[in-house]
Design a protein around this ligand. Structure first.
Ligand code: FPP
Length: 293
């Protein structure tokens, strides 16, 4: 007997209370958790992702419009994931406090979002704050949280760009989660206020760790009485709609993946650059895209 649609979802969706419920409703009555497609509340089709196979991706020539490709078109658009490293070193090299590096990093993210839209990137996922980052000095954590509030507050810009924002991370109500209410509110509001955009999907990983995500997915599949298969794990990830990563980028000379999207990036290319995140720009983004287009 197929499991109920509720068991196909992870808890953070309840916490968000916006798109997720709509997604749950969209899973067809005759389908089960292994289903790869669903409908958003407004009828737009969505897709669960497909393991680590290398998929054909759309080229700049066959996508449309200056506002970026439709992330739900028949040919799967490119997914670029970025580990934004080096804010602190960027600041130190200029005799600035580390927090200035993060501030500049947030500004640069806004620039890179704009840039990615012009390159017809369909999915841009960035590592904003990891489950390990809470141990940083309290003032630095507070500053980074404020920058997330700022980023999620850029709704007007995102709407102008037709960008839909998403969040991936530990459910707010899970035992170890520490996301303050004001950041939760900013996240929920931004997701709600950009939900109808049809262009690039910007996913911000906040309080995110890949191993925890995987353990959570396996436990949820077990609790639902399902066999542990790639499909059941897919269906229980924090954000099942996130497609496989085509290219992972890490800035600032470190050559590690640091627990970021471990499942989703199983088949991805990797572009490492010495540029610190605040100075990451079109040359590096184009080099990363060239690895897969
Ligand atoms: C790495 O710099 C960056 C982070 C720990 C995450 C914070 C990222 C930003 C503030 C960029 C803006 C993004 C969002 C989503 C608001 P680091 O401190 O590890 O640099 P270091 O390795 O040079 O010390």
């Amino acid at each position: 007997m197929p499991p109920t649609t509720n068991t196909c979802r992870s808890d953070e969706f309840d916490a968000l209370g916006v798109l997720p419920v709509a997604l749950v409703r969209g899973i067809g009555a005759d389908s089960d958790c292994f289903t790869r497609s669903f409908s958003h509340a407004d009828g737009r089709p969505g897709r669960l992702h497909d393991h680590y196979r290398v998929h054909p991706v759309s080229s700049a020539a066959d996508t449309n419009g200056s506002n970026g490709s439709d992330a739900r078109s028949s040919e799967r658009p490119l997914h670029v994931a970025i580990i934004m490293d080096g804010n602190g070193r960027w600041a130190a090299s200029r005799d600035l406090p580390r927090t200035d590096g993060h501030t500049e990093g947030e500004e640069n993210l806004a620039r890179v979002v704009r840039l990615a839209v012009t390159r017809n990137v369909g999915w841009l996922t960035v590592f904003g704050f990891s489950t390990e980052n809470w141990v940083r000095p309290r003032g630095e954590v507070r500053h980074i949280l404020g920058l997330h509030e700022k980023l999620f507050g850029r709704v007007r810009e995102l709407n102008e760009l037709n960008v839909r924002i998403q969040w991936i991370g530990r459910p707010f109500d899970s035992a170890a989660a520490r996301t303050p209410k004001y950041v939760q509110r900013a996240i929920r509001k931004a997701i709600h206020d950009t939900a109808s955009n049809t262009g690039m999907v910007l996913t911000v990983a906040f309080d995110y760790g890949g191993r925890t995500e995987l353990m959570t997915a396996v436990r949820a599949a077990r609790a639902a009485g399902q066999p542990i298969t790639p499909d059941t794990i897919d269906a229980h990830l924090y954000l099942p709609e996130l497609p496989p990563v085509d290219v992972m980028v890490r800035t600032s000379g470190e050559q590690r993946v640091s627990n970021f999207l471990l499942w989703q990036s199983a088949g991805s290319k990797i572009h490492f650059t010495d540029a610190a995140w605040p100075e990451f720009g079109s040359t590096d983004l184009d080099a990363a895209i060239a690895l897969v287009r």
